[in-house]
Design a protein. Structure first.
Length: 252
């Protein structure tokens, strides 16, 4: 069981079963950040499943850049929606204006992550860098840890759960933190001390393999085709809901 106030800072799935599993695994909070879902929808669902025993915090993993050169950035504490497929500069400016916590998930991983160049450029605006999740192979974890060390950034670890069984497999725990959404966001922004951990054993390794295998489902052109080409999907930068605010940094 994790010690301290245990958070899974990045999950993609949320329902009653997820909540029961998170509690059984000793978690105190989850950050819920599903793909291609507008912030108000995420916020409403997070409120619905939060209770006194498990805090659900809304987050957005924004897909910056084009589909072929997309860079994912996780923002926690947004007050206004930020669309996908805008420039990285545009996204980082929006996060800074809203005083959100900015986390780098799966750094330098495949073709979907901030790499060394982007991390160096925005190091003063990044609040934590992920050093472990089940979709990583060992070499990816080593590379992430090396980047964290080079730029002297706080670490975090998450289940990055796309599959329900992964929730609670990984955690980030803090001791000096207020048990509230604002308290946890502030803890990330302020870089408070934390520890990362994951469940041991063969079961965890099998869970990692299942999540890694899910990448082949997750990263297909068919998944992105409707998002990019219709212009009407919820997080398309030219969706009417954004009122043209991101037209100047839209990649599509």
């Amino acid at each position: 069981m994790p010690a301290g106030y245990a958070i899974d800072p990045h999950v993609k799935v949320l329902d009653e079963r997820i909540v029961r599993r998170a509690k059984a695994r000793g978690l105190d909070a989850l950050v819920y950040a599903p793909h291609f879902t507008r912030l108000p929808t995420i916020q409403e669902r997070a409120r619905r499943f939060s209770d006194d025993d498990l805090l659900i915090i809304p987050g957005r993993e924004v897909f910056t850049g084009t589909w072929r050169d997309r860079k994912h950035v996780l923002a926690i504490g947004l007050t206004d929606p930020v669309p996908d497929f805008i420039t990285l500069d545009g996204a980082m400016d929006a996060f800074e204006q809203q005083e959100a916590a900015v986390l780098v998930p799966h750094p330098d991983f495949m073709t979907v992550s901030l790499g060394e160049r982007e991390i160096e450029r925005f190091a003063d605006r990044i609040h934590a860098l992920e050093t472990y999740n089940p979709k990583h192979l060992a070499m990816h974890n080593r590379r992430a840890q090396a980047l964290r060390n080079r730029f002297d950034l706080p670490a975090f670890a998450s289940s990055y759960a796309h599959l329900p069984g992964s929730v609670g497999e990984v955690w980030t725990s803090m001791t000096d933190v207020e048990a509230s959404e604002s308290g946890l966001i502030g803890a990330f922004v302020d870089g408070v001390a934390r520890k990362t951990g994951h469940r041991p054993g063969t079961g965890h390794q099998l869970r990692c393999l299942a999540e890694f295998g899910h990448l082949f489902v997750e990263n297909t052109w068919q998944k992105f085709d409707r998002v990019l080409l219709s212009g009407q999907e919820a997080t398309h930068p030219r969706h009417p809901a954004y009122g043209g605010r991101y037209d100047d940094v839209a990649c599509y």
